[in-house]
Design a protein around this ligand. Structure first.
Ligand SMILES: Nc1ncnc2c1ncn2[C@@H]1O[C@H](COP(=O)(O)OP(=O)(O)OP(=O)(O)O)[C@@H](O)[C@H]1O
Ligand SMILES: [Mg+2]
Length: 408
């Protein structure tokens, strides 16, 4: 079927979509080149044509990943064979950016359909969370059709605000509590972040955070920024990203310094290139800077038994293979006041040993986590006190090319 790819009320391109395959089969007239999704213009040609493969990669990235927990069961209930088929059922609308599909020659406006202003159905979220009480007659108009990430999640309007609810994973369901602990650490250190709290759904812990994207300012992931041009021979992934941001007018180094320090403290294992990025004004296309830090839950030894905490087998992303090496990329610790973290261990214990939480993360494990965090803060203090500049272009310990990106 033919659609116009829209950016708010701007017609960007006319496209043909095979809805069974969930694929863009043809790109017709491009009417607003500047408003195309970031990084879909042909990199290897100089004629600035749109790369249909790249546009399809962007498009596929709008669908729920096949690796999402419980997605096969959900698709079965919905009677749909692939998550790609769900996108057009909500006109491709999302709560993380402002792209959508308008049926060709229709005159629907952004105001009439966007999920920032207009209510949406709970049906898809219910099915994704396995709490549906209907098996037919689903209302597919929901931003849950276009949400990314592996954990079970849903958008919900709570007190008029668009909120993202996200579960944890077996065996400890620790991610929602970790989001709260990361929030506390970033509060104390003055790092710009999305605040998370915990709620309980059918006795399972979930994190809740508000939508940080607004009607005017949208999220563009680091992964999309990296698609703007290929990495030069002399660049590693860190320099590639820093240079591209600079080309867009954003000095990203201070925000990366803070993200790397946070991830060191909480031993984050999943800061891939879709878990951070930039914000831009969707109307003027002006870049506003780094997005606030979100998705820090895959951390704090979330899936390891306490006996493995000391094994030091923490995965590190996105730039270096170990957090120690990644910490060397930090340009300045001048903003870091380690004393602000005094007593954080008690707060961590409060979160993990709260009445219901203790059923998932037992007290002994919680104490071990708090003790490990303290060790990492102490080590960070030493590193930051003896900080000397490091050659950020060094490729020592680099994560293999793009290995930390989520492949679509
Ligand atoms: N508060 C928010 N406001 C707007 N968009 C958000 C928000 N939180 C997350 N997103 C978007 O939703 C995507 C999925 O969310 P998130 O990364 O928290 O899920 P996840 O399942 O933990 O992901 P992963 O697979 O990386 O573990 C993010 O990559 C981002 O694009
Ligand atoms: Mg994520």
């Amino acid at each position: 079927m033919k659609y116009t790819l829209m950016h708010k009320n701007i017609s960007v391109a006319d496209v043909e979509i095979d809805e069974d395959l969930g694929v863009i089969t043809n790109i017709d007239i491009i009417s607003a080149r500047d408003h195309l999704p970031v990084g879909v213009v042909h990199q290897l040609r100089h004629d600035e044509t749109v790369d249909r493969y790249a546009l399809n990669q962007w498009w596929a990235g709008r669908s729920i990943p096949a690796s999402r927990m419980g997605v096969n069961e959900a698709l079965e209930v919905l009677g749909v064979s692939s998550t790609k088929q769900l996108i057009t059922k909500c006109l491709g609308l999302s709560l993380s950016d402002h792209y959508w599909l308008r049926p060709y020659n229709s005159n629907i406006t952004w105001e009439a359909v966007n999920f920032f202003d207009n209510d949406f159905s709970d049906d898809i979220g219910d099915v994704l969370f396995g709490v549906n009480n209907k098996n037919v007659g689903f209302d597919f108009v929901s931003p849950d059709n276009t949400s990314d990430g592996n954990l079970q999640k849903r958008w919900k309007i709570i007190d008029g605000k668009r909120c993202l609810l996200k579960s944890g994973s077996a065996p400890y369901s620790q991610q929602p509590f970790n989001e709260v602990i990361a929030t506390m650490i970033m509060d104390r250190l003055g790092i710009d972040h999305v605040p998370y709290s915990v709620t309980w759904i059918e006795d399972k812990p979930c994190s809740v955070c508000e939508d940080f994207v607004t009607k005017d300012t949208e999220l563009v992931s680091a992964w999309r920024v990296l698609q703007l041009r290929p990495k030069a021979n002399h660049e590693n992934e860190y320099l590639h990203y820093v240079s591209l941001c600079k080309e867009l007018g954003v000095d990203i180094v201070p925000a990366l310094d803070r993200m790397i320090v946070l991830d060191y403290i909480i031993a984050n294992e999943d800061r891939h290139f879709n878990n951070f990025g930039l914000l831009r004004n969707a109307n003027t296309l002006e870049w506003s800077g780094a997005a606030p830090i979100f998705d820090s839950g895959t951390s704090l030894w979330y899936n390891k038994t306490a006996s493995r905490f000391v094994a030091n087998d923490i995965i590190c992303k996105p730039f270096k293979k170990t957090h120690g090496e990644q910490l060397r990329l930090v340009s300045s610790f001048d903003w870091l006041d380690i004393s602000k973290l005094n007593g954080i261990e008690d707060e961590i214990l409060n979160v993990l040993c709260e009445d219901k939480a203790v059923r998932y993360v037992e007290a002994k494990r919680a104490k071990a986590i708090a003790a490990e965090v303290r060790k990492r803060i102490d080590a960070l203090e030493v590193v930051s006190a003896s900080h000397t500049s490091y050659d950020v272009s060094s490729s020592d310990g680099d994560v293999e090319d793009n290995a930390s990106a989520r492949y679509i």
